[in-house]
Design a protein around this ligand. Structure first.
Ligand SMILES: [Zn+2]
Length: 231
């Protein structure tokens, strides 16, 4: 029994990188309506190139085409990351209102010497107990409209389990209201329902709607809460 524990932990780590297993037959039997697109505004760390951003979106859009959806990228500006930890980045993003040209807001985190040192440190922990401290990305749960991903890492053991593209696809599902599930059916239904909100008479026509994980409809930007930064 003891011998199987590392494998179980490894499996858990692996599952964290996927939002759920695809159920192709179910998806193909569903209708996702007309093609639609949403605008994703990008803030990025200085060492990330335009080409890297475009490549990430090509991969994400390939996944989104399953749902007749397209993410349009709009690079706002480059900026140093608001803090070392993912929670610092997320709480900073929570202070930014969604402006009228943005339906979603995404921060692309790069890789610094500090990150590399941290990776080496956590690699030891990973090998030792099969636990990965590092978080590859996250989306806030109040409106599911703002999040960050680690957009640059090709190193250590991480690449065996994840990549910036798969992280974006994963967080991208959260940006469309999905939570985590073992199988994807629930998430397909969420995306279908979010797209149905496009016809909701109460929707701001200049906003791509969303739903929180608990099912609350987000139909306009005033429903996207912003918080003042706490120091
Ligand atoms: Zn997730």
């Amino acid at each position: 029994m003891l011998k199987t524990i590392p494998y179980l932990l490894l499996l858990l780590v692996f599952q964290c990188t996927t939002i759920g297993f695809h159920e192709t037959k179910i998806r193909e039997g569903m209708s996702f309506g007309e093609p639609a697109s949403f605008r994703v505004c990008i803030l990025h760390e200085p060492n990330i190139t335009q080409e890297e951003i475009q490549n990430l979106f090509v991969a994400w859009n390939e996944e989104l085409s399953l749902y007749n959806l397209k993410a349009e990228v709009l690079v706002l500006e480059e900026m140093e990351r608001p803090g070392f930890w993912g929670t610092d980045i997320l709480s900073y993003l929570m202070t930014l209102p969604l402006t009228k040209e943005c339906d979603r807001l995404l921060y692309l985190k790069g890789r610094t010497w500090g990150d590399i040192a941290f990776e080496v440190l956590t690699l030891g922990i990973f090998v030792g107990v099969g636990l990965k401290l590092e978080v590859q990305g996250a989306v806030e749960g109040r409106s599911n409209t703002r999040g960050y991903i680690k957009a640059k890492y090709q190193s250590t053991i991480q690449i065996l389990f994840t990549s910036p593209k798969s992280t974006l696809i994963h967080e991208g599902y959260h940006l469309l209201g999905c939570g985590h599930q073992l199988f994807m059916k629930e998430c397909y239904e969420k995306i279908r329902d979010v797209k149905l909100l496009l016809t909701d008479p109460n929707r701001d026509p200049n906003f791509f709607p969303n739903m929180t994980t608990s099912g609350k409809k987000i139909l306009n930007r005033t429903q996207v809460p912003t918080y003042s930064q706490q120091n």
